[in-house]
Design a protein around this ligand. Structure first.
Ligand code: ATP
Ligand code: MG
Length: 431
Protein backbone atom coordinates (compact mmCIF):
# COMPACT_ATOMS: atom_id res chain seq x y z
CA UNK A 1 0.00 0.00 0.00
CA UNK A 2 2.84 2.36 0.83
CA UNK A 3 4.31 2.07 -2.67
CA UNK A 4 1.16 3.31 -4.36
CA UNK A 5 1.10 7.07 -4.72
CA UNK A 6 -1.68 8.95 -6.37
CA UNK A 7 -1.74 12.43 -7.72
CA UNK A 8 -4.25 14.04 -5.48
CA UNK A 9 -3.81 17.67 -6.38
CA UNK A 10 -7.17 19.37 -6.29
CA UNK A 11 -8.79 16.37 -4.63
CA UNK A 12 -9.65 16.70 -0.97
CA UNK A 13 -8.53 14.17 1.58
CA UNK A 14 -10.83 11.14 1.35
CA UNK A 15 -12.02 9.41 4.49
CA UNK A 16 -13.93 6.16 4.90
CA UNK A 17 -15.94 5.62 8.08
CA UNK A 18 -16.06 1.99 9.20
CA UNK A 19 -18.65 1.48 11.93
CA UNK A 20 -18.14 -1.70 13.95
CA UNK A 21 -20.96 -3.47 15.73
CA UNK A 22 -23.43 -6.33 15.38
CA UNK A 23 -26.02 -3.98 16.89
CA UNK A 24 -25.65 -1.63 13.91
CA UNK A 25 -26.15 -4.48 11.45
CA UNK A 26 -29.23 -5.86 13.14
CA UNK A 27 -30.78 -2.45 13.57
CA UNK A 28 -30.77 -2.19 17.36
CA UNK A 29 -28.60 0.92 17.15
CA UNK A 30 -28.76 3.55 14.42
CA UNK A 31 -25.39 4.60 12.99
CA UNK A 32 -25.50 8.18 14.23
CA UNK A 33 -21.70 8.20 14.55
CA UNK A 34 -21.37 8.12 10.75
CA UNK A 35 -23.81 11.02 10.40
CA UNK A 36 -21.93 13.10 12.95
CA UNK A 37 -18.57 12.27 11.39
CA UNK A 38 -19.86 13.20 7.94
CA UNK A 39 -20.82 16.64 9.22
CA UNK A 40 -17.65 17.11 11.25
CA UNK A 41 -15.45 16.17 8.28
CA UNK A 42 -17.25 18.56 5.94
CA UNK A 43 -16.63 21.35 8.47
CA UNK A 44 -12.90 20.81 8.11
CA UNK A 45 -12.92 20.41 4.34
CA UNK A 46 -12.31 16.66 4.35
CA UNK A 47 -14.51 14.40 2.26
CA UNK A 48 -16.15 11.22 3.52
CA UNK A 49 -16.15 9.19 0.32
CA UNK A 50 -17.41 5.87 1.70
CA UNK A 51 -19.00 4.29 4.72
CA UNK A 52 -19.16 0.69 5.86
CA UNK A 53 -20.74 -1.28 8.68
CA UNK A 54 -19.07 -4.43 9.88
CA UNK A 55 -19.69 -7.14 12.51
CA UNK A 56 -17.80 -7.49 15.82
CA UNK A 57 -15.32 -9.83 14.17
CA UNK A 58 -11.61 -9.17 13.94
CA UNK A 59 -11.09 -10.73 10.51
CA UNK A 60 -14.09 -8.91 9.09
CA UNK A 61 -12.94 -5.60 10.57
CA UNK A 62 -9.40 -6.02 9.26
CA UNK A 63 -10.70 -6.91 5.78
CA UNK A 64 -13.06 -3.97 5.75
CA UNK A 65 -10.38 -1.48 6.79
CA UNK A 66 -7.91 -2.94 4.27
CA UNK A 67 -10.44 -2.49 1.49
CA UNK A 68 -11.32 1.01 2.67
CA UNK A 69 -7.65 1.96 2.39
CA UNK A 70 -7.70 1.21 -1.34
CA UNK A 71 -10.12 4.08 -1.99
CA UNK A 72 -9.55 6.45 0.94
CA UNK A 73 -6.56 8.25 2.41
CA UNK A 74 -7.76 7.76 5.95
CA UNK A 75 -10.13 5.42 7.76
CA UNK A 76 -12.04 6.19 10.94
CA UNK A 77 -13.17 3.03 12.71
CA UNK A 78 -15.86 3.57 15.36
CA UNK A 79 -16.68 1.05 18.10
CA UNK A 80 -15.20 -2.12 19.48
CA UNK A 81 -12.59 -0.46 21.70
CA UNK A 82 -14.11 -1.45 25.04
CA UNK A 83 -12.81 -4.02 27.54
CA UNK A 84 -15.16 -6.90 26.73
CA UNK A 85 -14.51 -9.98 24.63
CA UNK A 86 -16.74 -8.71 21.83
CA UNK A 87 -14.58 -5.59 21.41
CA UNK A 88 -12.28 -6.63 18.56
CA UNK A 89 -11.08 -3.42 16.91
CA UNK A 90 -7.59 -3.27 18.46
CA UNK A 91 -6.98 -6.93 17.54
CA UNK A 92 -8.18 -6.25 14.00
CA UNK A 93 -5.75 -3.34 13.59
CA UNK A 94 -2.87 -5.46 14.91
CA UNK A 95 -3.82 -8.21 12.47
CA UNK A 96 -3.97 -5.74 9.60
CA UNK A 97 -0.58 -4.20 10.40
CA UNK A 98 0.88 -7.63 11.24
CA UNK A 99 2.10 -6.47 14.63
CA UNK A 100 1.57 -7.48 18.24
CA UNK A 101 -0.57 -5.67 20.79
CA UNK A 102 1.69 -3.81 23.21
CA UNK A 103 0.67 -2.11 26.43
CA UNK A 104 0.96 1.68 26.15
CA UNK A 105 2.45 2.75 29.49
CA UNK A 106 1.36 6.35 29.27
CA UNK A 107 -2.21 5.42 28.40
CA UNK A 108 -2.06 2.86 31.23
CA UNK A 109 -1.20 5.46 33.83
CA UNK A 110 -3.94 7.79 32.52
CA UNK A 111 -6.41 4.92 32.81
CA UNK A 112 -5.27 3.99 36.33
CA UNK A 113 -5.54 7.60 37.47
CA UNK A 114 -8.98 7.98 35.97
CA UNK A 115 -10.27 4.86 37.70
CA UNK A 116 -8.61 5.76 41.01
CA UNK A 117 -10.26 9.18 40.90
CA UNK A 118 -13.55 7.28 40.78
CA UNK A 119 -12.48 5.09 43.71
CA UNK A 120 -11.95 2.04 41.47
CA UNK A 121 -8.90 -0.01 40.68
CA UNK A 122 -7.85 -1.08 37.22
CA UNK A 123 -8.69 -4.71 36.51
CA UNK A 124 -6.92 -6.95 34.02
CA UNK A 125 -9.93 -6.44 31.79
CA UNK A 126 -9.78 -2.64 32.03
CA UNK A 127 -6.12 -2.73 31.08
CA UNK A 128 -6.79 -4.53 27.78
CA UNK A 129 -8.05 -1.14 26.57
CA UNK A 130 -4.52 0.26 26.63
CA UNK A 131 -3.03 -2.60 24.63
CA UNK A 132 -2.40 -0.97 21.28
CA UNK A 133 -0.96 -2.31 18.03
CA UNK A 134 2.83 -1.82 18.16
CA UNK A 135 3.78 1.51 16.66
CA UNK A 136 0.30 3.02 17.13
CA UNK A 137 -0.40 6.07 19.29
CA UNK A 138 -3.14 6.58 21.87
CA UNK A 139 -5.61 9.45 21.47
CA UNK A 140 -6.86 10.74 24.84
CA UNK A 141 -10.50 10.07 25.68
CA UNK A 142 -11.79 12.68 28.13
CA UNK A 143 -15.22 11.04 28.20
CA UNK A 144 -14.33 7.41 28.93
CA UNK A 145 -11.72 4.80 29.70
CA UNK A 146 -10.81 3.51 26.23
CA UNK A 147 -8.32 5.76 24.42
CA UNK A 148 -8.59 6.17 20.68
CA UNK A 149 -5.87 4.79 18.42
CA UNK A 150 -3.91 6.38 15.59
CA UNK A 151 -1.99 4.05 13.34
CA UNK A 152 -0.14 4.76 10.10
CA UNK A 153 0.12 2.30 7.26
CA UNK A 154 2.35 3.68 4.53
CA UNK A 155 1.01 7.11 3.68
CA UNK A 156 -2.43 6.15 4.93
CA UNK A 157 -3.75 6.59 8.44
CA UNK A 158 -6.28 4.70 10.51
CA UNK A 159 -8.01 6.13 13.54
CA UNK A 160 -10.02 3.96 15.89
CA UNK A 161 -12.48 5.76 18.15
CA UNK A 162 -14.91 4.41 20.77
CA UNK A 163 -18.51 3.55 19.85
CA UNK A 164 -20.49 5.50 22.49
CA UNK A 165 -21.30 8.76 20.66
CA UNK A 166 -20.10 11.17 23.37
CA UNK A 167 -16.77 9.32 23.66
CA UNK A 168 -16.45 9.16 19.87
CA UNK A 169 -16.94 12.94 19.65
CA UNK A 170 -14.41 13.60 22.42
CA UNK A 171 -11.73 11.45 20.80
CA UNK A 172 -12.32 12.80 17.28
CA UNK A 173 -12.03 16.37 18.50
CA UNK A 174 -8.99 15.57 20.67
CA UNK A 175 -6.86 13.78 18.11
CA UNK A 176 -8.44 13.10 14.73
CA UNK A 177 -9.53 16.52 13.48
CA UNK A 178 -6.16 18.23 13.91
CA UNK A 179 -4.29 15.33 12.42
CA UNK A 180 -6.53 15.30 9.34
CA UNK A 181 -6.26 19.07 8.93
CA UNK A 182 -2.45 18.69 8.92
CA UNK A 183 -2.65 16.00 6.25
CA UNK A 184 -5.13 17.75 4.04
CA UNK A 185 -3.50 18.91 0.83
CA UNK A 186 -6.61 20.30 -0.66
CA UNK A 187 -9.94 20.94 0.90
CA UNK A 188 -13.66 21.24 0.28
CA UNK A 189 -15.75 24.15 1.46
CA UNK A 190 -19.53 24.07 1.54
CA UNK A 191 -22.12 26.72 2.20
CA UNK A 192 -25.81 25.92 2.36
CA UNK A 193 -28.88 28.14 2.25
CA UNK A 194 -32.41 27.18 3.27
CA UNK A 195 -35.36 28.38 1.21
CA UNK A 196 -39.05 27.96 1.94
CA UNK A 197 -42.08 27.63 -0.31
CA UNK A 198 -40.40 27.67 -3.72
CA UNK A 199 -40.52 24.45 -5.78
CA UNK A 200 -37.16 22.75 -6.27
CA UNK A 201 -37.39 23.17 -10.06
CA UNK A 202 -37.93 26.90 -9.67
CA UNK A 203 -35.02 27.24 -7.23
CA UNK A 204 -32.84 25.37 -9.72
CA UNK A 205 -33.97 27.64 -12.57
CA UNK A 206 -33.11 30.72 -10.52
CA UNK A 207 -29.69 29.33 -9.61
CA UNK A 208 -28.82 27.99 -13.10
CA UNK A 209 -27.20 31.24 -14.37
CA UNK A 210 -25.01 31.26 -11.26
CA UNK A 211 -23.67 27.82 -12.05
CA UNK A 212 -22.39 29.22 -15.34
CA UNK A 213 -20.96 32.36 -13.75
CA UNK A 214 -19.27 30.62 -10.84
CA UNK A 215 -17.36 27.79 -12.48
CA UNK A 216 -15.58 25.83 -9.79
CA UNK A 217 -18.62 25.85 -7.52
CA UNK A 218 -20.83 22.78 -7.55
CA UNK A 219 -24.47 23.24 -6.64
CA UNK A 220 -26.70 20.59 -5.08
CA UNK A 221 -30.35 20.74 -4.06
CA UNK A 222 -31.91 18.92 -1.12
CA UNK A 223 -35.70 19.11 -1.08
CA UNK A 224 -38.09 18.28 1.75
CA UNK A 225 -41.78 19.18 1.97
CA UNK A 226 -42.01 22.90 1.14
CA UNK A 227 -38.29 23.56 1.76
CA UNK A 228 -35.20 23.37 -0.46
CA UNK A 229 -31.61 23.55 0.74
CA UNK A 230 -29.15 24.88 -1.84
CA UNK A 231 -25.63 23.63 -1.19
CA UNK A 232 -22.64 25.25 -2.86
CA UNK A 233 -19.30 23.47 -2.77
CA UNK A 234 -15.83 24.36 -3.99
CA UNK A 235 -12.60 22.38 -3.83
CA UNK A 236 -8.99 23.48 -4.15
CA UNK A 237 -5.52 23.77 -2.69
CA UNK A 238 -5.71 27.42 -1.85
CA UNK A 239 -7.91 28.07 1.19
CA UNK A 240 -8.39 31.75 0.39
CA UNK A 241 -9.38 31.06 -3.21
CA UNK A 242 -11.85 28.34 -2.28
CA UNK A 243 -13.38 30.58 0.38
CA UNK A 244 -13.70 33.46 -2.08
CA UNK A 245 -15.39 31.20 -4.66
CA UNK A 246 -17.99 29.95 -2.21
CA UNK A 247 -18.56 33.41 -0.72
CA UNK A 248 -19.17 34.97 -4.13
CA UNK A 249 -21.55 32.20 -5.22
CA UNK A 250 -23.53 32.27 -1.98
CA UNK A 251 -23.85 36.04 -2.10
CA UNK A 252 -25.30 35.81 -5.61
CA UNK A 253 -27.57 32.96 -4.58
CA UNK A 254 -28.96 35.00 -1.71
CA UNK A 255 -29.61 37.83 -4.09
CA UNK A 256 -31.50 35.83 -6.72
CA UNK A 257 -33.49 33.84 -4.18
CA UNK A 258 -34.39 37.00 -2.29
CA UNK A 259 -36.80 36.78 0.61
CA UNK A 260 -37.39 33.06 0.02
CA UNK A 261 -34.08 32.56 1.83
CA UNK A 262 -34.84 31.65 5.43
CA UNK A 263 -31.18 31.59 6.45
CA UNK A 264 -28.25 29.23 6.62
CA UNK A 265 -29.24 25.61 6.26
CA UNK A 266 -27.67 24.70 9.58
CA UNK A 267 -30.71 26.44 11.08
CA UNK A 268 -34.16 24.93 10.70
CA UNK A 269 -37.06 27.16 9.69
CA UNK A 270 -38.38 26.97 13.26
CA UNK A 271 -34.97 28.03 14.62
CA UNK A 272 -34.87 30.96 12.22
CA UNK A 273 -38.38 32.03 13.22
CA UNK A 274 -37.65 31.69 16.94
CA UNK A 275 -34.44 33.71 16.50
CA UNK A 276 -36.25 36.41 14.55
CA UNK A 277 -39.14 36.70 17.02
CA UNK A 278 -36.93 36.57 20.10
CA UNK A 279 -34.62 39.25 18.72
CA UNK A 280 -37.60 41.47 17.93
CA UNK A 281 -39.12 40.80 21.36
CA UNK A 282 -42.33 39.49 19.74
CA UNK A 283 -44.60 36.74 21.02
CA UNK A 284 -46.90 34.23 19.33
CA UNK A 285 -49.61 31.69 20.14
CA UNK A 286 -50.97 28.97 17.87
CA UNK A 287 -54.44 27.57 17.24
CA UNK A 288 -54.11 24.35 15.33
CA UNK A 289 -56.62 22.09 13.69
CA UNK A 290 -55.16 19.81 11.01
CA UNK A 291 -51.59 20.27 12.28
CA UNK A 292 -52.65 18.94 15.71
CA UNK A 293 -49.91 20.68 17.68
CA UNK A 294 -47.12 20.13 15.14
CA UNK A 295 -46.45 23.86 14.83
CA UNK A 296 -46.16 24.24 18.60
CA UNK A 297 -43.94 21.14 18.67
CA UNK A 298 -41.64 22.54 15.95
CA UNK A 299 -41.30 25.79 17.87
CA UNK A 300 -40.77 24.18 21.28
CA UNK A 301 -38.09 21.91 19.77
CA UNK A 302 -35.95 25.04 19.61
CA UNK A 303 -34.10 25.96 22.82
CA UNK A 304 -35.02 29.48 23.83
CA UNK A 305 -38.49 29.33 22.26
CA UNK A 306 -40.05 30.24 25.61
CA UNK A 307 -39.00 33.81 24.86
CA UNK A 308 -41.51 33.97 22.00
CA UNK A 309 -44.12 31.19 22.27
CA UNK A 310 -46.91 31.86 24.76
CA UNK A 311 -48.88 28.69 24.10
CA UNK A 312 -51.14 26.80 21.79
CA UNK A 313 -54.56 25.23 21.51
CA UNK A 314 -55.31 22.16 19.44
CA UNK A 315 -58.89 22.86 18.38
CA UNK A 316 -59.60 19.80 16.29
CA UNK A 317 -63.35 19.38 16.65
CA UNK A 318 -65.63 22.14 15.39
CA UNK A 319 -67.05 22.57 18.93
CA UNK A 320 -63.54 23.14 20.25
CA UNK A 321 -63.01 25.92 17.72
CA UNK A 322 -66.18 27.54 19.01
CA UNK A 323 -66.20 26.68 22.73
CA UNK A 324 -62.52 26.72 23.61
CA UNK A 325 -61.16 29.28 21.17
CA UNK A 326 -64.29 31.37 20.88
CA UNK A 327 -64.63 31.31 17.09
CA UNK A 328 -68.05 32.67 16.12
CA UNK A 329 -70.65 29.87 15.83
CA UNK A 330 -72.43 31.67 12.99
CA UNK A 331 -69.20 32.02 11.03
CA UNK A 332 -68.62 28.27 11.22
CA UNK A 333 -72.29 27.58 10.42
CA UNK A 334 -72.04 29.82 7.36
CA UNK A 335 -68.74 28.56 5.91
CA UNK A 336 -68.05 25.20 7.55
CA UNK A 337 -64.87 24.63 9.60
CA UNK A 338 -62.51 24.53 6.60
CA UNK A 339 -62.53 28.10 5.37
CA UNK A 340 -60.11 31.04 5.31
CA UNK A 341 -62.45 33.04 7.54
CA UNK A 342 -62.22 30.29 10.18
CA UNK A 343 -58.40 30.20 10.01
CA UNK A 344 -58.38 33.97 10.42
CA UNK A 345 -60.82 33.82 13.33
CA UNK A 346 -58.71 31.10 15.01
CA UNK A 347 -55.55 33.21 14.64
CA UNK A 348 -57.25 36.29 16.05
CA UNK A 349 -58.88 34.35 18.89
CA UNK A 350 -55.67 32.68 20.05
CA UNK A 351 -53.74 35.93 19.78
CA UNK A 352 -56.31 37.59 22.06
CA UNK A 353 -56.54 34.65 24.44
CA UNK A 354 -52.78 34.47 25.01
CA UNK A 355 -52.39 38.23 24.84
CA UNK A 356 -49.49 38.19 22.40
CA UNK A 357 -48.32 39.98 19.28
CA UNK A 358 -49.16 37.28 16.75
CA UNK A 359 -51.59 34.39 16.46
CA UNK A 360 -51.43 31.50 14.00
CA UNK A 361 -54.50 29.56 12.86
CA UNK A 362 -54.62 26.42 10.72
CA UNK A 363 -57.61 24.53 9.38
CA UNK A 364 -57.87 22.08 6.52
CA UNK A 365 -58.31 18.53 5.29
CA UNK A 366 -55.22 16.35 5.78
CA UNK A 367 -56.97 13.24 4.48
CA UNK A 368 -57.25 10.45 3.69
CA UNK A 369 -60.90 11.35 2.97
CA UNK A 370 -62.60 14.60 2.07
CA UNK A 371 -64.44 16.53 4.74
CA UNK A 372 -67.68 18.53 4.37
CA UNK A 373 -67.28 18.44 0.61
CA UNK A 374 -63.74 19.91 0.79
CA UNK A 375 -61.13 17.81 -1.01
CA UNK A 376 -58.04 16.41 0.70
CA UNK A 377 -55.27 19.02 0.68
CA UNK A 378 -57.56 22.04 1.16
CA UNK A 379 -55.68 24.06 3.77
CA UNK A 380 -56.11 27.54 5.17
CA UNK A 381 -53.42 29.18 7.26
CA UNK A 382 -53.71 32.61 8.86
CA UNK A 383 -51.50 34.87 10.91
CA UNK A 384 -53.05 37.64 12.98
CA UNK A 385 -50.72 40.49 13.88
CA UNK A 386 -51.03 43.74 15.77
CA UNK A 387 -52.36 45.56 12.71
CA UNK A 388 -53.89 43.07 10.34
CA UNK A 389 -54.61 39.43 9.55
CA UNK A 390 -53.17 37.61 6.53
CA UNK A 391 -54.15 34.22 5.20
CA UNK A 392 -53.20 31.80 2.47
CA UNK A 393 -55.43 29.16 0.95
CA UNK A 394 -53.73 26.07 -0.43
CA UNK A 395 -54.59 22.95 -2.35
CA UNK A 396 -51.76 20.68 -1.29
CA UNK A 397 -50.84 17.35 -2.81
CA UNK A 398 -49.49 14.28 -1.07
CA UNK A 399 -50.43 12.00 1.78
CA UNK A 400 -51.63 13.03 5.23
CA UNK A 401 -48.13 13.36 6.65
CA UNK A 402 -46.84 15.42 3.72
CA UNK A 403 -49.86 17.74 3.82
CA UNK A 404 -49.44 18.33 7.54
CA UNK A 405 -45.68 18.91 7.23
CA UNK A 406 -46.16 21.37 4.40
CA UNK A 407 -48.78 23.19 6.47
CA UNK A 408 -46.28 23.57 9.34
CA UNK A 409 -43.71 25.09 6.97
CA UNK A 410 -46.38 27.31 5.44
CA UNK A 411 -47.50 28.57 8.86
CA UNK A 412 -43.99 29.22 10.18
CA UNK A 413 -43.00 30.98 6.97
CA UNK A 414 -46.19 33.05 6.96
CA UNK A 415 -45.28 34.19 10.46
CA UNK A 416 -41.70 34.93 9.37
CA UNK A 417 -42.86 36.93 6.39
CA UNK A 418 -45.49 38.83 8.36
CA UNK A 419 -42.99 39.79 11.06
CA UNK A 420 -40.58 40.96 8.34
CA UNK A 421 -43.32 42.97 6.63
CA UNK A 422 -43.28 40.74 3.52
CA UNK A 423 -46.38 39.62 1.60
CA UNK A 424 -47.51 35.99 2.01
CA UNK A 425 -46.12 33.31 -0.29
CA UNK A 426 -47.94 30.10 -1.21
CA UNK A 427 -46.35 26.68 -0.88
CA UNK A 428 -44.85 24.77 -3.81
CA UNK A 429 -47.18 21.82 -4.17
CA UNK A 430 -50.16 24.13 -4.00
CA UNK A 431 -52.06 24.86 -7.22
P1 ATP B 1 -17.68 0.27 25.19
O1 ATP B 1 -16.49 0.51 26.04
O2 ATP B 1 -18.93 1.01 25.66
O3 ATP B 1 -17.93 -1.16 24.88
P2 ATP B 1 -16.82 0.45 22.45
O4 ATP B 1 -15.86 1.38 21.85
O5 ATP B 1 -16.43 -0.95 22.54
O6 ATP B 1 -17.33 1.03 23.81
P3 ATP B 1 -19.14 -0.55 21.16
O7 ATP B 1 -19.11 -1.67 22.14
O8 ATP B 1 -18.95 -0.87 19.73
O9 ATP B 1 -18.10 0.56 21.55
O10 ATP B 1 -20.47 0.28 21.30
C1 ATP B 1 -20.93 0.71 22.55
C2 ATP B 1 -22.23 1.42 22.39
O11 ATP B 1 -22.02 2.62 21.69
C3 ATP B 1 -23.28 0.67 21.55
O12 ATP B 1 -24.06 -0.20 22.29
C4 ATP B 1 -24.09 1.81 21.03
O13 ATP B 1 -25.05 2.20 21.98
C5 ATP B 1 -23.09 2.91 20.83
N1 ATP B 1 -22.61 2.92 19.45
C6 ATP B 1 -21.65 2.15 18.93
N2 ATP B 1 -21.44 2.42 17.63
C7 ATP B 1 -22.32 3.38 17.31
C8 ATP B 1 -22.60 4.09 16.10
N3 ATP B 1 -21.93 3.85 14.98
N4 ATP B 1 -23.57 5.04 16.14
C9 ATP B 1 -24.23 5.27 17.27
N5 ATP B 1 -24.01 4.65 18.44
C10 ATP B 1 -23.07 3.70 18.47
MG1 MG C 1 -17.85 -2.46 23.45
Amino acid sequence: MSSRKRDRSGVPLQVCVVAVGDELLNGFVVNTNAAWLGQRMSQIGVQVNAGRIVADDEIAIAASVREALTTSDAVIVTGGLGPTSDDRTRHALALLAEVELVRDVRAESVLRERLEAQGRTASVQHLTQVDLPAGAAAIPNSAGTAPGIRMSIGDHVIYAVPGPPHEMRAVVDAGVVNDLVRRRRSFVLTYSLRTALIPESEVAAMIAPLEVRHTGVRVAYLASPAEVVVRMTATGDDDARVTALVDAASEDAREVLGDAVVGEASQTLAQAVVGLMAAAGRTVAVAESLTGGAIAAAITDVPGSSAMLKGGIVAYATEAKEDVLGVDVDLVALHGPVHPAVARAMAEAVRARFMCDYGIGTTGVAGPTEQNGKPVGTVHVAVAGPHHVVDVSLHLHGDRDTIRRQTVVQALDLLRRTVLGLPPRKGPSSD
